[in-house]
Design a protein around this ligand. Structure first.
Ligand SMILES: Cc1cc2nc3c(=O)[nH]c(=O)nc-3n(C[C@H](O)[C@H](O)[C@H](O)COP(=O)(O)OP(=O)(O)OC[C@H]3O[C@@H](n4cnc5c(N)ncnc54)[C@H](O)[C@@H]3O)c2cc1C
Length: 323
């Protein structure tokens, strides 16, 4: 049975147990969130021993070379020495701006202490001193100098509750990342783009939309934003303004409960999208937000002819219950 060595002590791994789970089982405090190899908050560094490939999947080459790995998906077959990541993997950041975009969505701007290279639509993981870590998508463009996040208030949510109730301009957090492949890739400027999401799934889509425009995308860009009711929509005026200025941009807000009008569709976002565009061969799609919706829409877009290599998605998986 493999052991892990951490902080001068050895811990045996149960069969198929991850490094993170073994540490938590033994009472070690280790930052983590999604427990699915996605958010990056459980990153550690190996001091000796071999890492399974899966433990480093998706990490930057420079991090792989330094033996950084994701402890939640690391199931080593032989003994491994591990240590918590140093400050080199995390950046300190200061909250510079807070604004409610709707009763439940807070715009948060952060200035990082050092350079952070990102693409609009990727996500960062915010880590508090106590180790609480949650991922949030980046809604703005890199040249704006800061990170913009849209944080939805979740009932009894630890991180979103902190942002909504306690965070003040000047407060400090740590930032890990960026991660994620859901961003605009230049190179096919005529390709029609479909952007669809619910709730704060709009955050990455808003960034991707502006990034595509900045790169001179000429093909049609259709943005669908869904919410339960009109109060759940946000940035409506700004998105209408963008659609007004750019002829090839169309913005469709959709609510599950409400009155249909020229400016608003009623129905689930997948129905609204597919009623409008039943054939999507040759399109590129971006789908973000609620994990069930993301999974379902990915499948439906594919069935309507969109190639799977053209479907980019970010599912906002909630943190595992232990964190
Ligand atoms: C890649 C990625 C990108 C993300 N981007 C964003 C983003 O841009 N904006 C954003 O607001 N969130 C985003 N999230 C979700 C975010 O990371 C947190 O999960 C969310 O803010 C809740 O954290 P919390 O600490 O407030 O709640 P927790 O303390 O983790 O949860 C409190 C309770 O609420 C439940 N819960 C958690 N999430 C939800 C939910 N969505 N709906 C209903 N119940 C829930 C939990 O199961 C728990 O019972 C993203 C997640 C991922 C993985």
């Amino acid at each position: 049975m493999a052991t892990i060595e951490f902080d001068g002590r050895k811990y045996s791994l149960a069969e198929q147990e991850s490094v993170l789970d073994a540490l938590l089982r033994n009472g070690v405090k280790a930052a983590h969130s999604c427990k699915a190899g996605s958010c990056g908050s459980c990153m550690m560094r190996a001091t000796h021993g071999d890492l399974p490939d899966k433990a480093q999947a998706g990490l930057k080459d420079s991090w792989k070379a330094q033996k950084y790995f994701l402890s939640c998906v690391c199931r080593p077959e032989a003994d491994l020495g591990v240590t918590k990541v140093g400050v080199d993997a995390q950046l300190g950041a200061t909250i510079t701006f807070l604004e409610l975009l709707s009763p439940d969505v807070l715009r948060v701007r952060l200035r990082c202490d050092g350079d952070i290279s990102f693409r609009a639509g990727q996500y960062v993981t915010i880590v508090q001193d106590c180790g609480l870590a949650r991922s949030y998508s980046i809604a703005n463009l890199p040249d704006e100098g800061e990170l913009e996040l849209h944080v939805r208030r979740i009932a009894a949510g630890k991180m979103s509750g902190w942002f909504h109730e306690e965070a003040r301009v000047g407060d400090r957090v740590s930032v890990l990342g960026p991660s994620g492949e859901c961003f605009y890739v230049p190179g096919s400027p005529e390709q029609p783009l479909l952007l669809a999401g619910t709730g704060t799934g709009l955050a990455p889509l808003y960034g991707i939309l502006r990034d595509a425009l900045r790169h001179g995308h000429r093909g049609p860009i259709h943005l669908f934003h869904g919410a339960l009711h009109t109060g759940g929509l946000y940035l409506v005026d700004e998105l209408r303004r963008l659609a007004g200025v750019h002829e090839h941009v169309e913005y469709t807000p959709a609510v599950l409960n409400g009155e249909r009008s020229d400016a608003m569709e009623v129905g689930s976002i997948d129905q609204v999208v597919l009623n409008r565009f039943p054939k999507l061969s040759g399109w590129r799609g971006y789908v973000c937000g609620d994990p069930t919706l993301v999974q379902m829409l990915k499948k439906k877009l594919f069935l309507c002819g969109m190639a799977s290599r053209d479907i980019y998605a970010d599912a906002f998986l909630p943190a595992a219950q232990t964190s």
